[in-house]
Design a protein around this ligand. Structure first.
Ligand code: ACO
Length: 323
């Protein structure tokens, strides 16, 4: 049996901190409101000359240093991002050159905040099929570049960051236990970034390069749908929630994670999230949270982890796997 497993992880966040107190000076908000409604204390913001490809390279350098791994024999790079440096060329092509990986495929994957889980699923499929051996999967976003810092309902949420993992072939077992993927385009107008005016689902999306969101609608949709999708993964894999050592939902808002856990009857103490110090970093939140769990000594080898990403699309994706 051919299987796949994650063999190394690395992360990066920019140096500059944007605190709730900084935001109080920029828009009509308060530290108390932000903490109460989101759980976020601060976020990291890329320098003007720092882009998603730079975050990716730094995350991969962290991975190589900590795990004593090389990436020269990587045969596919998948970068999940909604904020590439350019519409084209892809971020994966830019970092292929900077990391000096000579023989590799390189693709960017667009699935917003579910992107990292979609990319992991793709890597597992390519490896389990026997076609690939070693894949670099990265979730990275520089949302600060597309955030409207005059809109208090969005600018308090977002930050920048990147998380990279190596997924390698395993001849004996497969750590990828089960998954669920979904998309509900009827909610496409609830979170978007547009370069043109266009009707979608009967609503005109406004012409802006900045992120626009109806946070309340996204919130409702997530809390209504994600618990059922998680139950489907558990059912398909005959797993019970007490066998799940760690739950890693997308870190959009702590007030969204709590009702998901409540509906599932899953303890918040076994939930990992990266939003407190990094905010919503879109495709990077899940690898950042996993890495925090590893660095804090919570996540151990062999633990079963359930990741669940959701975001603009509206797309969602879950993966149950062994670490
Ligand atoms: N500070 C103070 N007041 C605020 C702020 C702020 N930063 N933001 C909104 N408010 C106000 C509103 O104007 C509103 O005032 P009103 O009652 O006078 O009209 C009041 O607070 C309540 O607004 P709600 O929108 O109901 O607040 P809610 O508790 O829903 O929190 C939030 C808003 C934080 C945006 C929440 O809805 C949320 O997190 N939604 C999910 C967002 C998400 O997950 N997006 C994922 C997509 S990201 C991607 O795909 C790239």
């Amino acid at each position: 049996m051919l299987g796949a497993r994650i063999t190394a992880i690395g992360t990066y966040v920019p140096e500059r901190r944007l605190t709730n107190f900084d935001l109080e000076q920029m828009v009509d908000t308060s530290n108390d409101w932000i903490i109460q409604r989101t759980g976020i204390h601060e976020r990291r913001i890329a320098r003007p000359d720092e882009f998603t490809s730079d975050l990716c390279v730094s995350a991969v350098n962290d991975l190589m240093q900590r795990y004593n791994k090389t990436v020269e024999d990587v045969d596919m790079i998948i970068v999940a991002t909604s904020t590439p440096d350019f519409p084209f060329p892809s971020v994966s092509s830019i970092i292929q050159n900077r990391l000096n990986i000579s023989q590799t495929g390189a693709i960017d994957l667009s699935a917003a905040c579910a992107g990292f889980v979609y990319a992991l699923h793709t890597a597992n499929s390519l490896i389990s099929s026997g076609l690939h051996k070693k894949i670099l999967v990265i979730g990275a976003d520089s949302l600060s570049k597309v955030t409207d810092y005059t809109d208090r309902s969005t600018c308090v949420l977002f930050g920048d960051g990147a998380g990279a993992v190596l997924v390698e072939r395993d001849e004996l077992s497969n750590d990828f236990i089960g998954f669920h993927l979904g998309s509900d385009g009827s909610g496409a107008q609830h979170v978007y970034r547009s370069g043109l005016s266009k009707m979608v689902n009967g609503i005109e999306l406004i012409d802006t390069q900045l992120l626009v969101q109806n946070g309340r609608e996204v919130f409702r949709w997530v809390v209504r749908n994600v618990p059922d999708s998680i139950r489907q993964i558990l059912k398909k894999t005959q797993t019970t929630l007490d066998q799940v050592d760690w739950f890693i939902p997308h870190s959009a808002n702590l007030r969204m994670i709590e009702p998901i856990c409540e509906k599932l009857n899953y303890p918040m103490e076994k939930t990992l999230y990266s939003l407190v110090n990094f905010g919503n970093t879109s495709a990077a939140t899940i690898p950042l949270a996993l890495d925090l769990g590893i660095r804090e000594g919570k996540v151990k080898n062999g633990d079963q982890v359930l990741m669940y990403g959701f975001g603009s699309g509206l797309v969602h994706a879950g993966q149950l796997l062994k670490i």
